[in-house]
Ligand binder design. Sequence first.
Ligand SMILES: [Zn+2]
Length: 253
Amino acid sequence: MEQRQETQETLGQQASQELQQDQRPQGGKRLSSNSQRRRERRNSFFVPIVLAVIVLILLVMLFLLRREEGPQEPEPSDSSIAVPEWVTRQYLPENPFSRPGTALEEVNGVAIHYVGNPNTSAKQNRDFFASLADQTPAEEGEPDPNTYASSHFVIGMDGEIIQCIPLDEWSYCTSARNKDTISIECCHPDETGEFTPATYESLLRLVRWLQEEFDLDGGQILRHYDVTGKECPRYYVQNPEAWEQFLADLAGG
Ligand SMILES: [Zn+2]
């Protein structure tokens, strides 16, 4: 009984302490009821989780937003096809005479040409194509005296390669096959049109790379002559065995 009295007394003291503490107007730690404590415990558990989820959502939104913005640097127009570092890219300005900007929908061949202007450099031929942009468009219904010409690549006598047009655009080089071929013009030292060994090696290298890139076999490597009957590239039309040798070298590499 004594024990029970003590307990009751103790409980009574605790109760009055709680009451006193509850009645304290300010300061001191207010003892919480069980439900308040549970709420606090739940809050101390949930609040950080909710905050973490919000932060996570914001981070994901930020990530998606940045991805949509894309890379900061502007991509070249043929970003899907990166040419090797041994090709110098010097695009022509877009213009109706040498770089119309027409999309090359498919590539079913490579057409080989000779520039027909002995002892000129790849740069000179590239610049000639660029200068065609300065022509005056013909009036509608009037005859058009303008020159339309260009090539995706020009290979110089020292084997240098200049790219004039992105690989997803038309060049004006091979008449009916402009719509589905990549064109290569080759420089030459004299009227025979025979390529120098350096030009020849660069041509092999470039055509092999294009074959790989566009999945083309030897039968899809053409002379301009094979498309239109024009004597181009001259030496390899006049000497068909030289063309056969080129195709053999291509396959042998
Ligand atoms: Zn040609």
